[in-house]
Design a protein around this ligand. Structure first.
Ligand code: FAD
Length: 411
């Protein structure tokens, strides 16, 4: 039954919201999740990175996920002009998980939500938050059901995990210009009947089409596969026709995957997105924290979205629990600094991917195993490990290495 007052309301039942709910449930804080849609619902963001596993474990969600037989992801493969480079998470610098999963998000997010509901947390599906007012140290929250019937509740804190709904960022006018040059994406799923046996069929792969455009191949354990492209908006504008036609024209530009997928039927009309990079002016304020995509999203290239969502969902929940028990929390120090560190490191990697420096480094003939392990640790999401020079000096390390390997370029 929906009560009228909660300690914490979480907006959104994606990975950020479910990890926050899982942690809060363990601490006994009263929590309600308001979710606009009904699950299962489609979401993009299917390739996880190992750091997510720490967060699912701490929120008490890992055990249920491990029963699902999702495709294990042990690394990533990059393909360019017929050359293949692999990163293996078991060969990374420092501590941390060596594997994670590739997941169809409709099913994965549904399983996360069921796991949370089983523990007694109420998720109110079909409840779209339409207003939130902060008065006398309480939030007055209004949500609307599919029949436009309004419900009102109060809470002492909001964790906004509404993804691209960006509920509080919109209401409180917190939007900020994106940190990364904006890209577009188009993607679909296929029934992958000619999947090669063994590692090649199972591993996530990226084919680089040009410096600013790439293709993803993400096979799932249920026999379907996700295919997608990300590229500069100008590159997208060079294609025309229906979304099916655009997708086929883009596939024609892939050397490696063209033949395999050119005659493939799509399970749904390709979805095209632009304006995918998001940013906000601040990550928290009195009575609220922003987590996951409702706060920040850089770019799909290093699959950091769900790791960032679960990291911020978990940390915001931990800090709220302590605050509600009477502690004074320095949110700038404990929340913004931690989250911003991850954003800064990944922002460097994303930017240097699109300058081409990181692509040159990945495909160099002269790769040092040691350096590859340090970069691999970043790709696994361990971006707080200052023992790793490719974390500690992220802004200089890639440029310096590139200057060393390719002194003739970018002078
Ligand atoms: P979401 O998963 O989007 O969940 C937010 C929830 O909030 C939704 O269920 C929504 O219905 C609900 N909601 C919205 N508005 C309201 C409202 N008003 N009231 C109530 N509920 C509301 N990340 C990866 O980790 N790996 C990848 O391979 C990857 N690939 C990507 C490819 C593309 C093209 C794009 C654009 C992104 C990709 N991402 C990837 C990023 C990933 O999609 C997101 O970072 C991740 O889904 C964010 O999770 P979240 O919990 O913050 O939000």
């Amino acid at each position: 039954m929906v009560k009228k007052e909660y300690d914490v309301v979480i907006i959104g039942a994606g990975p950020a919201g479910m990890v926050a709910a899982g942690y809060l449930e363990k601490t006994g804080v009263s929590v309600l999740v308001l979710e606009k849609q009904f699950f299962p619902r489609f979401a993009i963001g299917e390739s996880l990175i190992p750091r997510c596993m720490d967060n699912f474990a701490e929120a008490g969600l890992l055990e249920d996920l491990q029963k699902q037989n999702y495709q294990k992801k042990t690394g990533a493969r990059f393909v360019k002009n017929g050359k293949v480079v692999e990163f293996d998470f078991s060969k990374k610098f420092g501590e941390g998980w060596n594997w994670t999963w590739q997941v169809p998000r409709a099913d994965f997010d549904h399983k996360l939500a069921e796991s949370i509901q089983k523990r007694g947390v109420l998720i109110n599906f079909g409840a779209e938050v339409v207003s939130a007012r902060w008065e006398n140290k309480l939030w007055n929250i209004e949500s609307k059901d599919p029949n436009a019937v309004l419900s009102r509740i109060t809470s002492r804190f909001i964790i906004d995990a509404s993804g691209n709904g960006r509920v509080l960022a919109g209401m409180l006018k917190l939007e900020a210009p994106a940190k990364i040059y904006d890209h577009s994406s188009i993607f679909t799923h296929i029934k992958d009947e000619d999947r090669p046996q063994g590692k090649e069929g199972a591993q996530i792969s990226f084919e680089i089409i040009n410096r600013g455009a790439w293709f993803w191949y993400i096979p799932f354990s249920n026999g379907t596969t996700s295919l997608g492209f990300v590229g500069e908006n100008d590159w997208f504008h060079t294609f025309s026709g229906s979304k099916n036609e655009i997708f086929k024209q883009m596939l024609d530009q892939c050397d490696f995957y063209k033949d395999r997928f050119s005659k493939q039927e799509y399970l749904f009309e390709p979805v095209k997105l632009s304006g995918i990079s998001k940013n906000v002016q601040l990550l928290h304020g009195e009575g609220f924290a922003l987590a996951g995509n409702s706060a920040e999203f850089l770019d799909p290239v290093f699959s950091s979205g769900v790791a960032f969502a679960t990291e911020s969902g978990l940390l915001s929940a931990k800090l709220v629990a302590r605050q509600l028990s009477g502690e004074v929390i320095d949110w700038n120090k404990e929340y913004t600094e931690h989250i911003q560190k991850a954003i800064n490191v990944f922002a460097t990697y994303v930017k240097e991917w699109y300058t081409g420096r990181l692509q040159d480094i990945f495909f160099t003939e002269n790769a040092s195993e040691n350096i590859k392990m340090q970069i691999c640790s970043v790709l696994a999401g361990y971006v707080w490990d200052n023992k790793n020079p490719f974390v500690r000096n992220h802004d200089k390390a890639i440029r310096n290495l590139h200057n060393f390997l390719y002194p003739e370029k970018f002078q």
